[in-house]
Write a protein that binds this ligand. Sequence first.
Ligand SMILES: [Mn+2]
Length: 438
Amino acid sequence: MPGYYPAYLSIKARVVRLAFTLFRFVFFISKKNNTFAPQKCYTPLTQPHKQNMKILHTSDWHLGHSLVGYDRTEEQQKMLDQMVAIVREHRPDIFLLAGDVYHTSQPATAVQRMFNQTIVRLHDAHPGMTVIVTAGNHDSGSRHEIFRTPWEYLNVRMVGTFDRNNPERHIIEIAGIGYVIAVPYTNERYLQEGLLQHLIDKAGEMNTDNLPVVLTAHTSVSGADFTGHENATEKTIGGIDAVDIKEIGTGYDYLALGHIHRPQFVHTGRHNARYSGSPLPVSFDECYGHTVSLVEIDRHGGTPSVETIAIDNPRPMTTLPLEGVASWEEAKKMLMDFPDDLPDYIRLNIDGEGVIPVQAKQEAMQITQNKQCRFCLLNVVKRKTERNTARQVTIQEFRQMDPIEVAEMFAKDTDEAFDGQMREMMKEVIKSLDETEL
Ligand SMILES: [Mn+2]
């Protein structure tokens, strides 16, 4: 190549230079392939240390919930900001939201945007994390899955409906970390007996490395403390028939439950099944601490360790008096004395035996007009009557009941007389309805 080398370099110098370049090239290749690196020979004393599975377990966000007409977006946004901060600090492998993302099946677009932005922020806070969101009984299962595919690009799994044709789809494998069997809220008719056990067993077969196996479900478990849930009985809580924990099966290391808003362990004898509870109260009766659960599991068969992290609620729900009931006059005084700068939602528990003026609610509104608090309702507490001891039925039982029987139960519950004449009339009505249907 004429002119490539300066004319003043002798042939010897050129050869030396070429040799040097060649040497550098060989050295580079050898480093890359590590052929000249000393072979390390050692025998590990123990199995290579596997990372613990770390889960942030939460449920029942009820986004879009408003309290007697008061919009709660501000509190909900602050709660979501705390979720992002917790992920940034604790860096869990899995973020698990076990149902009831929204309060209604068709949430407002602004609410959906708030949720979507939060999921992206959670991902950005810790991109290596798998986010699993199942649908609860308040959510629309099918709407929940609309953007299932694009969400997967951000390592987010949206599980809305139970796939009866391919139940194994509910086993989510997180490489090197473990397995999560993600089951959304499902009408019991669709969940065959033993199906959950089948999925746990299937995950067990796949789990050749002894990694933790987690099951998540949105359901009522009998024996759980359902304080704060309306129309709850031992048999049915929030519209879902309670199941025995044994029916769910065995072989999971942690059962992450959603539906009941009070954080609690469910008795299994192993301290491994838990409701994370809702991060914010949804009703005044949920007067307990609201938290998220940070769960760590070291291996399959290990006992999970659980730490709770409190969620700070900028607008607490406060009932006056704090215990029992007050007369209207006493309650009015409590409302007047309530600090002007506290932003709480207020409910007044009034003794139903005393005199309550017709304009009581307007008066309460007037008292709080120049305060930061939000007056919500007068809760007139009546003495226990027959009504409170009315017969409890499950949804299953209700479906199978005779319409006359239902009417009779309703009459009893509302203190109406239900005599022979009434029964005959009901029969007539039911008969005519049956004929109309034909
Ligand atoms: Mn709920």
